[in-house]
Design a protein around this ligand. Structure first.
Ligand code: MG
Length: 170
């Protein structure tokens, strides 16, 4: 069987191509942890984000999400009905969220609740993606959830590692 590559760098390039930087995701993760730790900087989440992006399941979720958004945006999907659903970001569709849960599920319940929270609050890059998605040009139906899930998972990982190092101090 062909060895499957580590697609982390490819995913970072795909995200950047869609207007999302690692800093944007780190800032969203910081927002999620801001109530629990004073004076946090977005940069403190870089390591957790890279670790999330190192997982194969995460990479495939990102690649699938971005490909579907791009096909819908370019009008190149085979199923035009589905293309229309994605372009309208139909509220009852839900598959965009299910794809994103796959990422959160790898990081436990904190990630899942963080994901729901940031999806509701629409902080930072997620608000920007949402707005752009309504301009009739861009399709970010899958991307906003993917970005929220990466930020939520990185925040979950960060919370767990902070707790661990606190315990070790005692
Ligand atoms: Mg969505």
């Amino acid at each position: 069987m062909k060895n499957i590559e580590n697609y982390r760098d490819r995913c970072i390039a795909l995200l950047e191509d869609r207007g999302v930087t690692i800093y944007d995701i780190a800032d969203a993760a910081r927002f999620l942890q801001a109530d629990y730790h004073k004076g946090l900087k977005a940069e403190e989440f870089f390591e957790s984000i890279m670790s999330v992006l190192d997982k194969r399941e995460v990479q495939f979720a990102i690649m699938t999400a971005i490909e579907l958004d791009r096909q819908a945006e370019n009008g190149t999907m085979i199923d035009k009905e589905l293309e229309d659903v994605l372009r309208r970001d139909e509220g009852l569709y839900g598959v965009d969220e299910v794809n994103a849960y796959g990422i959160c599920n790898l990081y436990g319940s904190i990630s899942l609740t963080n994901f729901g929270f940031i999806d509701k609050k629409k902080y930072g890059i997620i608000a920007k993606l949402n707005e752009e998605g309504k301009d009739g040009v861009h399709c970010h139906t899958f991307l906003d959830d993917i970005v929220g899930a990466i930020a939520a998972s990185a925040a979950g990982r960060f919370a767990h590692s902070r707790l661990r190092s606190k315990r070790e101090e005692v």
